[in-house]
Design a protein around this ligand. Structure first.
Ligand code: GDP
Ligand code: MN
Length: 380
């Protein structure tokens, strides 16, 4: 789960990482009131779950409350890389002498958390990594040993920070960021830029914070930060219904039972010259309830043009799944063409049930490849 900048900053604050004071606003009027309360110049910042807001016009300085209200009006409703701005963070403006970068994430290859630090902050870190790889200091933390203070010093000295006051503040932030990362079960904590003010004060000016979805049950306060409006309708439906759902980019909606079968179905769709729009994993289930839930999620995605059921009956019997599909189609109206491939336990019985009772938009195909070809053809 990705957090908004202001939510990440709340967590930073809880862990003692310095941030600027700010207020949330959802209208020009609230932005004006926030600026009045904060006093002095403010920054009006679009809260969207994507980066590069500055370049997209989602971050503006405002000298007065009137100015803040006007900038809020400009930014609210703006579309930043497919994310519509509905919330603003109004923050006391900072004077910036230098912009650094600090993050901690998982290095799956090493199976360890990885710190990255550079004094070349503010811009895309990918660009720094590509053009000035030596400027980027990387350091793994052994999760069994935990964080060691020398690691913060190595990052700071390795990055070439020479000012003693800065060194000390950054080292403290590194240690606190590690605590925030571990204690929140985070996948990523990124500060870009980590600024140094002309007075030599170090602060997190931005935050990117991602928490492991599978650990959210341990962090009800973080789970509560979820903004349902930030997810497309089908992802919201999947979450509510507890359906395993992944959004992709093509036009064929896929339902399968079991992760391995679903993965190979994606490949076969590609082989047939198509692209999957999304997929649902029915797991072991194939009852009408599960099929209705999955179909509702899949058809809520406007990109879906055809649907492919790929079921291998093991413990779940194909005739049960066929009954589930028919019951589901009785309960809901689906206009998309649906292709079904059943194999495994009681496959013949399942196919017979479908062929006898199926509506005209349902096609039964004997093999996975035939089914994929049919689904791709129908999607065109
Ligand atoms: P991003 O574009 O989504 O990464 O948003 P950031 O919060 O990182 O802001 C982008 C840039 O806007 C920063 O790198 C700063 O240069 C600038 N910026 C943001 N807040 C302030 C501020 O308080 N004062 C000044 N002078 N610049 C700011
Ligand atoms: Mn940033």
């Amino acid at each position: 789960m990705d957090l908004y900048e202001y939510q990440g900053k709340q967590l930073f604050e809880r862990h003692g990482i310095p941030v600027s004071e700010g207020r949330l606003a959802t209208s020009s009027e609230e932005a004006r009131a926030a600026a009045e309360e904060l006093g002095g110049p403010v920054v009006v910042k679009a809260q969207v779950l994507t980066g590069g807001r500055g370049k997209a016009g989602g971050i503006k300085l405002a000298a007065t409350p009137d100015d803040a209200a006007a900038r809020a009006g400009d930014i609210l409703g703006l579309d930043i890389r497919g994310h519509v701005v509905r919330r603003l963070w109004i923050e006391r403006a900072s004077d910036i002498a230098r912009e650094y970068y600090l993050s901690i994430t998982f290095d799956r290859g090493e199976k360890k958390p990885l710190f990255m630090f550079t004094t070349e902050g503010g811009v895309d870190i990918e660009e720094v990594a590509a053009t000035k790889p030596d400027a980027l200091v990387r350091l793994h933390v052994d999760p069994l040993e935990g964080f060691q203070p020398w690691q913060a010093r190595r990052l700071v000295y390795g990055g070439g920070v020479t000012d003693a006051g800065e060194q000390k503040q950054i080292a403290a932030i590194v240690e606190r960021l590690y605590a925030a990362f571990v204690e929140t079960d985070a996948m990523l904590c990124e500060i870009n830029p980590l600024i140094v003010t002309p007075d030599g004060e170090v602060r997190a000016l931005d935050s990117k914070f991602t928490v492991d979805d599978n650990a959210l049950y341990r962090h009800p306060d973080v789970a509560e930060m979820r903004d349902p409006e930030s997810y497309p309708p089908e992802e919201r439906a999947a979450r509510e219904k507890g359906v395993t759902y992944v959004k992709l980019d093509g036009e064929v909606g896929i339902l399968g039972n079991g992760a391995g079968l679903v993965m190979s179905t994606l490949d076969v769709i590609a082989l047939a010259g198509g692209r999957p729009a999304n997929f649902c994993d029915l797991g072991g289930g194939g009852d009408a309830e599960g099929v209705v839930d999955a179909l509702e999620v899949i058809t809520a995605d406007p990109q879906v043009k055809s649907i492919l059921f790929n079921i291998f009956g093991g413990i779940t019997r194909c005739d049960e799944v066929a009954r589930g599909i028919l019951a589901a189609l009785d309960r809901m109206t689906i206009t998309h063409p649906i292709v079904v491939r059943l194999d495994g336990t009681n496959a013949e019985e399942g196919r017979r049930l479908l062929q006898e009772a199926a509506p005209p938009n349902l096609y039964v195909e004997p093999t996975m490849l035939d089914a994929a070809r049919k689904a791709v053809e129908l999607a065109r």
